[in-house]
Design a protein around this ligand. Structure first.
Ligand SMILES: [Mg+2]
Ligand SMILES: [Zn+2]
Length: 206
């Protein structure tokens, strides 16, 4: 029997997006300075940790492939994230690929770019994670899809991406739960009895 994990998307769940005044766009942080935790995230991660869940970040980070930042800058950003979360993030898995990368070394049709489940599957193998007893929390359709494909429960977190709902209808994808913030998502996970649910689901199949 493997361990339970909380798989967390990064941008929009752990840290805020960054508004670029020059271009009028909202994007993920492009350096460690721009990386700021969303309110309540530090406590939410501590609560997952206290519940005995592995905290695993799974995130598409095509910024190196797009030549937006260097591998060193991504490392520094990851270090800051781990530090701000008091070292309670157990593992971080990034997909660095992009199908149309500026840096051709990162251009490929990989198995790990969400909505594909590769990052979760790799983490499950390396950390002996029971995916069906685990939960994927993200603010995007691709997070819900990756979580479902890996066999995990899913929580759509966040309130700012209104277009996600329309996209979910279009693709027929529905998360198990919705939460405004990661704090709210922890409350949902606390009230879920994943092992009981699993037994129920398995007995229904008989
Ligand atoms: Mg996100
Ligand atoms: Zn990848």
């Amino acid at each position: 029997m493997g361990r339970r994990a909380a798989f967390l998307d990064r941008d929009g769940v752990i840290n805020s997006y960054v508004y670029n005044q020059e271009f009028g766009t909202v994007d993920s942080p492009s350096n460690a300075e721009e990386f700021q935790l969303l309110p309540g995230v530090r406590d939410a991660i501590a609560r997952f940790h206290d519940m005995g869940l592995l905290v695993v970040v799974v995130s598409n980070q095509p910024g190196i492939a797009k030549r937006k930042f260097s591998p060193e800058i991504l490392d520094a950003t990851t270090e800051k994230m781990r530090r701000l979360c008091d070292g309670k993030i157990d593992a971080v898995y990034y997909c660095l690929h992009h199908p149309h990368a500026a840096d051709k070394r990162y251009e490929c049709d990989c198995d790990c770019r969400k909505p594909k489940p590769g990052l979760l599957l790799k983490a499950a193998e390396e950390w002996d994670i029971d995916l069906q007893a685990s939960v994927m929390i993200g603010d995007g359709l691709t997070d819900v899809m990756a979580g479902q494909r890996a066999g995990a429960r899913t929580i759509l977190a966040g309130t700012r991406k209104c277009y996600v709902c329309a996209a979910m209808d279009e693709h027929g994808v529905t998360p198990d739960f919705c939460a405004a913030t990661l704090s709210e998502a922890v409350g949902i996970v606390e009230s879920m009895n994943l092992s009981t649910d699993l037994i129920t689901r398995e007995s229904l199949r008989i």
